[in-house]
Design a protein around this ligand. Structure first.
Ligand SMILES: *Cc1c(COP(=O)(O)O)cnc(C)c1O
Ligand code: SF4
Length: 321
């Protein structure tokens, strides 16, 4: 994946943040990264193991995999490139940009499928192209069957300064107006407490002030946050800032990001210990997005013998882990 770093991230890396260097610098610049543990041999073969385009994209921009909810991929572009990105196959590519006609087609698909009541703006980063998202939000809010809108973003972490620009100020104002009618949830992807600088905290506070509930999503990343103290500190800080930790993901088995996959046993041990130590709301659901259909909760160490070689997905089909 091509390297792309914002001045904000570069400053934190220059100041010595290893956690950020490991996330945003390519392998060559991080010679200390060890090889991954052994994961089953079928894994890592595929660039799109979750079938986002190959199976579940009825029209450009939409991934409709679960009946009531759909992803709306606003573009494939982000302010910076997280080297562990599960969508490494497409991030940075302008081929995900949607023409006005394609946006209209995507909106029609949502209108024509009233079973979809939850739209997740995703990408790419929907806040990286605020002019598109500004046009999209009111159109989505107008659709009766859409009850909830979520925005998945990492822009507050990549570039807190960009929230000073007019389009993003307008966007925050708009989220406030819309969320009075329909809940609007912002989900921030965050890996490490080094990311929670003062200006990032200020942006998150402003987002919360604009009537939006803020949730976090975190991916377990080897050598970055696969540690009880590190992960516990991050989740506690988020909780104390008014952010609700939502999902803690096992890193997807995507080709090209093998070096980030943590020891599965260690992850379970970490989450079990965090469950003991932290307030319940600070503990996200620890899940794996299986190469079938579903984000499957992973049992913690409180249970007896569990066979972790496979599980059943949402459709009851066997999925290998
Ligand atoms: C994760 C995801 C969702 C949202 O799932 P929730 O469990 O409701 O947060 C929706 N569509 C796709 C394709 C997803 O990967
Ligand atoms: S912000 Fe999200 S979509 Fe963009 S590179 Fe990072 S993980 Fe991938």
């Amino acid at each position: 994946m091509k390297e792309k770093i914002t001045p904000h991230l570069k400053r934190l890396i220059d100041e010595g943040s290893k956690a950020l260097s490991l996330q945003f610098h390519s392998v060559g610049k991080n010679p200390t990264v060890e090889n991954t543990e052994k994961v089953v041999e079928y894994a890592f073969a595929n660039l799109d193991p979750l079938g986002e385009e190959s199976q579940y994209s009825p029209v450009k921009g939409i991934t409709h995999k679960f009946r009531n909810r759909a992803l709306f991929k606003v573009s494939y572009r982000c302010a910076a490139h997280c080297q562990f990105c599960t969508r490494a196959r497409q991030i940075g590519d302008t081929s995900g940009d949607l023409s006005p006609e394609e946006i209209e087609t995507a909106l029609s698909y949502i209108r024509d499928h009233p079973e979809i009541n939850d739209i997740i703006l995703s990408g790419g980063d929907p806040l990286y192209t605020p002019h598109i998202t500004l046009g999209l939000l009111p159109e989505l809010a107008k659709i009766k069957s859409v009850k909830v809108i979520r925005i998945g973003t990492r822009l507050p972490i990549h570039s807190p300064k960009s929230f000073e620009t007019t389009p993003l100020k307008n966007l925050l104002r708009m989220t406030c107006r819309i969320s009075l009618k329909k809940p609007l949830y912002v989900l921030i992807n965050i890996s490490h407490f080094d990311e929670l600088t003062k200006d990032v905290r200020d942006v998150i506070r402003r987002i919360r002030k604009n009537c939006t509930a803020v949730f976090s999503q975190t991916v377990f990343l080897k050598g970055i946050n696969d540690d009880v103290e590190v992960m516990g500190h991050l989740l506690n800080e988020l909780y104390h800032m008014g952010v609700i930790p939502y999902y803690l993901y096992r890193c997807d088995y995507v080709k090209g990001i093998e070096r980030y996959v943590c020891s599965f046993e260690k992850e379970r041990m970490i989450v079990s210990e965090i469950r003991r130590r932290l307030s319940g709301i600070a503990v996200p659901e620890y899940i794996i997005d299986v190469s079938g259909k579903g984000k499957i909760p992973i049992p913690l160490d409180f249970w007896g013998k569990v066979d972790f070689s496979h599980c059943r997905d949402y459709d009851g089909k066997l999925a290998r882990l």
